[in-house]
Write a protein that binds this ligand. Structure first.
Ligand SMILES: *Cc1c(COP(=O)(O)O)cnc(C)c1O
Length: 484
């Protein structure tokens, strides 16, 4: 006999209005009101739990395995942030809920979360104001590039170019191009930093901005940022900081103090909110006072009486980039994360992230080619070129790691490193876990010498065996035996 908890499921099925609203009479015109219950499919609680548990086990996740996917900051997402989200007042927030209802102030708490998060981010980055609206890092970059365009237009200058080093994240040139700019790529020097000589040659009065990923995709911090910022400002260009990887910098240095005018952060990387597979995310953009007037609408503002509201009144704004509250759940979890960790905790995050990456780098550099052998920040980038000479490529190493129970590092990126393997352990991993990963990487390096075919045939233990990649691309089939 199957016990079906039908009653409890049914009881929770409908959309529950907040108490203050539920007591109001429904004034929806009669013709739009539902006369009978919707015909939704029903399953028992057990079937439902099995379905989702099985789905979750088909995936690789931070909760199940080490996930050193460079540039993605796949840190553990602490569960207390989910608890904050489940507080009733947040859980039942609706975008159209009145911000002030007869003194009920139904959305005041949520508006306060956005308001306070903005202030904390200003403190962390040294910027003057933030928009919390962008829904991802790349969306933040596009917003930033549009702000830069608005700034130059306001000054009556028409600048055509954005300078991007070849070690930047791929979204940087893409965002600049979508905002209407032509992209000038500057090569890196032997230390993995933007070549200053080449940069000076490209810099002129037609350059609108210099976009720097910092630390760059080689995991390297450019010690000459101040000099670059001074040169750019002298030429009338603005400085853009891609801060998706703030995990190496928090509490240590602030983009605003380094001379940046615009910065975007990825709350879903640095501030511990879950992400992957394209979302959900939030890419707030911070600016200094030169650009505040162009920020998107809406913005949370405070009235004299202390109440908060979504402010749409900004004539010089670049306009809408997202509706309502932005990705509120992500903002709320990031806020909870910042409050719990505090200043000391956030600083420690950066310290451990950098320590763990350098630990990996040090223990692996006898076994893999290190293109830029210097202290790294939150990630280290190796090349599988030595292994490739024996027929084992970065993709083969990645597949073998799956059999060993690890998510592979990011491979073939950054583009300037041949056979790149970008390893970002993050601060949340134990030494034991990192040691196991290092042991697996060393095992691969040794197998390359003795039995390379074993690596080329991997994975063997994963639910899906080695795919014919060409066939997979041309004849995509996402179903396999065992799909629920
Ligand atoms: C992840 C990342 C981005 C893009 O962020 P999305 O949220 O994926 O759009 C941009 N820059 C850097 C350096 C990143 O690591």
């Amino acid at each position: 006999m199957k016990l079906i908890y039908e009653k409890s499921i049914k009881g929770r099925r409908g959309f529950r209005l907040p108490k203050a609203l539920a007591s109001k009479k429904c004034d929806l015109p009669k013709k739009y009101q539902r006369v009978k219950d919707p015909d939704l499919p029903e399953v028992s609680e057990l079937d439902c739990v099995r379905h989702f548990t099985n789905l979750s086990r088909m995936n690789f996740s931070v909760d199940s395995n080490f996930y050193p996917l460079g540039s993605c900051t796949m840190k553990y997402n602490p569960k207390f942030t989910e608890k904050a989200l489940k507080l009733e007042g947040f859980l039942e927030l609706h975008p159209l809920l009145p911000q002030l209802l007869g003194g009920g102030m139904l959305a005041q708490g949520s508006l306060e979360v956005i308001y306070e998060t903005e202030r904390l981010l200003c403190e962390i980055t040294g910027m003057d104001a933030f928009t919390m609206q962008p829904l991802a890092g790349a969306h933040g970059e596009l917003t930033g590039a549009m702000l830069i365009a608005a700034y130059h237009k306001h000054k009556g200058s028409r600048r055509k170019y954005v300078i991007v080093p070849d070690s930047s994240h791929g979204t940087n040139p893409a965002s600049a191009a979508i905002a209407g700019y032509e992209v000038i790529v500057v090569r890196s020097d032997k230390d993995g930093c933007m070549d200053i000589g080449a940069f000076k040659e490209k810099l002129n009065e037609d350059v609108a901005a210099v976009m720097l990923t910092c630390p760059n995709t080689l995991g390297i911090f450019n010690p000459r940022i101040k000099e670059i910022a001074d040169l750019a400002h002298k030429a009338g260009a603005l400085m853009y900081y891609d801060g998706a990887n703030l995990n190496a910098m928090m509490g240590k240095c602030r983009p605003g103090d380094l001379g940046f005018d615009v910065v975007h952060l990825n709350l879903h990387k640095t501030f511990g909110t879950p992400h992957g597979g394209g979302g959900p995310g939030a890419g707030p953009v911070g600016v200094n006072d030169r650009l505040v007037q162009f920020l998107p609408i809406s913005k949370v503002s405070k009235r004299d009486d202390g109440t908060l509201y979504l402010d749409y009144n900004n004539p010089k704004s670049i306009g809408y980039i997202a509706p309502f509250y932005g990705n509120f759940a992500v903002i709320l979890k990031a806020y909870a994360y910042m409050l719990l960790l505090g200043k000391e905790g956030l600083t420690e995050v950066s310290e451990y992230a950098v320590l763990n990456a350098n630990y990996c780098m040090k223990l692996l550099k006898d076994h893999y080619e290190l293109s830029y052998d210097r202290t790294c920040m939150h990630e280290c980038v190796f090349s599988a070129s030595r292994q490739a000479d024996k027929g084992v490529h970065a993709i083969d190493i990645a597949k073998y790691l799956i059999d060993k129970g690890f998510h592979p590092p990011t491979i073939y990126f950054p583009l300037i490193v041949k056979e790149a393997m970008m390893i970002e352990p993050t601060e949340t991993e134990s030494k034991e876990t990192i040691d196991e990963f290092i042991a697996a990487m060393i095992e691969i390096a040794k197998l390359t010498e003795s039995d390379p075919q074993v690596i080329k045939d991997a994975p063997q233990k994963a639910p899906v065996k080695r795919l014919d990649e060409t066939k997979a691309a041309r004849d995509l089939n996402l179903r396999f035996k065992g799909s629920p």
